[in-house]
Design a binder for this molecule. Structure first.
Ligand SMILES: [Zn+2]
Length: 80
């Protein structure tokens, strides 16, 4: 194995593993915890520090993962 091929394998194998792992995660669990309320469905206002329903996740505590959103967009754009 040449040094160039070894370097390419050392770079591409972890990238492929991470990509496949994230794709599998997006397939198995398309929703993740909301980044604003951390899945609690409540957030605090900056000014008064009172808790209020999280408007970023519409009071669900869930958000669609970026990879799943990209997959859904590509599925809508590409003809079946
Ligand atoms: Zn939220």
């Amino acid at each position: 194995m040449t040094p160039t091929a070894a370097l390419l394998a050392a770079v591409s194998l972890p990238l492929t593993a991470v990509t496949l792992g994230y794709s599998f995660l997006c397939w198995v669990r398309p929703f993740g915890a909301c980044s604003h309320c951390h899945g609690t469905t409540r957030t605090t206002s900056r000014l008064t520090r009172r808790t209020r329903p999280c408007r970023h996740c519409d009071f669900t505590g869930l958000r669609l993962r970026v990879g799943r959103r990209a997959y859904n967009t590509l599925r809508r754009l590409l003809p079946s």
